[in-house]
Design a protein around this ligand. Structure first.
Ligand code: ADP
Ligand code: MG
Length: 236
């Protein structure tokens, strides 16, 4: 892993009317890392991902990608630059086949699209390529969504609660797929996950936010022993 930053947030705030969903958030994402993002329900995790991926334009502060400001760029323009996202509820096109869903990702990507066969290999979706995407199980639908995101040739993938709804065995499978994608493509992963202990096993660093504010950002072992983090998680 290099210590180069791929993305930076500088004093980012997101207000919905009078409500501050994010306040004065500043941190860096390192190229090649798996950055975990955790915090209680309503902490602002999904809002943060949307600010990074273009689903929302922050009401204050700046978002930089490769040192260039992208604060107001819409999602499709960020996608073309190598910024992808997967959603909490898998968004597959049910009436298309698994293979067609993966190919949809390609039509939105930039110039660094990945080889289809390599994505099939990494995701393990080979046996279900011709199935209708609406008929496969939750893990497969989550994997399709990641595969379609990878097909855009991203340098960074933001994942919103990817492990939600999966059982322990499926979590292990999906974590391995994510890890293979990271190794094959050198892609940076930012993963929001409410389950902080599962996150600690995957992430190089964990960012904790609460009430839209920065709490801490450090290695998992440090974060799990942080008094304030323990209070946030045990205090609910
Ligand atoms: P998390 O993903 O950490 O559970 P969210 O980012 O979804 O939290 O939401 C953070 C807070 O912002 C919540 O209180 C939520 O109700 C509020 N919020 C999120 N999106 C909107 C919106 N579009 N309009 C108004 N309030 C919103
Ligand atoms: Mg959320």
């Amino acid at each position: 892993m290099t210590s180069q930053n791929i993305m930076s947030l500088e004093g980012v705030g997101m207000q919905f009317g009078p409500f501050h969903a994010l306040s004065e958030l500043s941190f860096e994402i390192k190229a090649g890392e798996v950055l975990g993002v955790a915090g209680p329900n309503g902490a602002g995790k999904s809002t943060l991902l949307n600010v990074c991926t273009g689903g929302l334009c922050p009401t204050s502060g700046k978002v930089l990608f490769d040192g260039r400001e992208i604060t107001g760029l819409p999602r499709h323009a960020r996608c073309a630059q190598g910024i992808a996202m997967t959603f909490q509820i898998p968004t597959v096109i049910s009436s298309l086949t698994v293979a067609e869903n993966l190919l949809v990702g390609r039509s939105f990507g930039g110039s660094h699209q990945h080889d289809f066969d390599q994505i099939v290999e990494i995701t393990g979706l080979g046996p279900v390529l011709d199935a209708e995407a609406g008929t496969v199980d939750l893990l497969a639908r989550k994997t399709i969504m990641l595969g379609a995101a990878l097909a855009t040739g991203p340098r960074i993938v933001f994942m919103d609660e990817p492990l939600g709804g999966l059982n322990a065995e499926e979590i292990q499978d999906f974590v391995q797929i994510i890890d293979r994608a990271r190794q094959a493509f050198g892609v940076t992963i930012v993963m929001v996950e409410h389950k902080i202990r599962a996150l600690a096993e995957i992430a190089d660093r964990i960012l904790i936010i609460n009430f839209g504010k920065f709490v801490c950002l450090d290695r998992p072992s440090v974060v799990l022993n942080d008094d304030h983090v323990v209070e946030i998680y045990l205090g609910k």
